[in-house]
Design a protein around this ligand. Sequence first.
Ligand SMILES: Cc1ncc(COP(=O)(O)O)c(C=O)c1O
Length: 391
Amino acid sequence: MSSSFKTFLKHAAKDFHNQSVNPPVVRASTIIFKSTKDIRKTQAKAQKNPIGGHYDYARQGTSTTYILQKILTKLEESYHVFTTPTGFGAVFLAIFSVTRPGDEIIAADPLYSPTRILTENFLKDFNIKTTFYNPHDLKTLEKNITKKTKLIFVENPGSNSFDFQDLGKILSIAKKNKILTAMDNTWGTPYFLKPIKLGFDMSIVSATKYYSGHSDVMGGSLAVSKKVFSKVKAAERITGLRLGPDDAYLITRGLRTLDIRLDRHRENSEKVAKFLSRFKKIKLLYPYKKGSYNYKMWKKYYSGASGLMGLKIKCKNISSVRKFVNSLKLFGYGYSWGGFESLVLHQEHREIGIRKFFKLAKDEHLVRLHIGLEDPSDLIADIKQALKHLK
Ligand SMILES: Cc1ncc(COP(=O)(O)O)c(C=O)c1O
């Protein structure tokens, strides 16, 4: 990543207004105008330049959300970025913007489970059908294309499976068949990969994770190409899916250290991965094994890796896996990831679905680790003592 990008992140916010180092939090519903002429002037400006931050009502945003959108637009190298109250809001906005009854979506299998539920079940009631493809066999994607296919939805890497796909190939299939594309880039963030630059029409990031980085706010970002901008703008208007100013402020604050945190998450994860790779009972789901398909695909498109990894554990006794996760002292047990701290999650809560998706044998279990910013030798020592329970 170029040094100017790192510098930009430190100065961003100040560059978009010229009073304080940090952007002011502008909380508002009503915006007061001097006269009818004044409001008409603002509305005309908004019509002429819909990404210019000209608002007549604060559901459209305030200067705090506008500054965050400007920073993210630069980060993504996109035409525009919409910000939403959650990451999943950005997933929904992307799909809702470009699909209509009768259309079809093709999505990678597996997916983040709410995205799977949305596409496979919820949208069915609106006569939008989704088919799923094997991320390592793009012939299964091509086979699913029909005249009705509107959108290819990619999550890279796949939630829980950590499969990396040949993104360039997917894009050329989409281009050949004139199909729109969206990618959930929460794992890599535009610090490691810029989907819009690569050719995707839409790029989603859950700002709840690495953007904010402090596990104290939720948000989402949807970067778009010029081609889909108007459709997403219209959908945003009608759904009211917009981020509030306090959350925008916290995400802007988190972004200043995005590069530093991600570099450290990467360093720590490499050390933990090296340690874990010694255990025969554990198959590591992280791009570290040179020569593997996942490693090749990761290397081809990403300039780095974040701190989220999966462990496929071979163990007859599920209570041993529970003991392993419960005896970790430095890893909090809970959902989400991308904050400064280490987390663990045993995917037994959705055991049936997960077993089916991943074709897990009865003696195989999935555990997810988020490697935080603690001293990596402490994390390794903690994992080492907990592994004693894995019988
Ligand atoms: C890959 C991925 N996409 C989207 C989301 C949704 O983000 P949020 O929790 O901010 O709604 C998550 C949340 O865990 C995720 O892991």
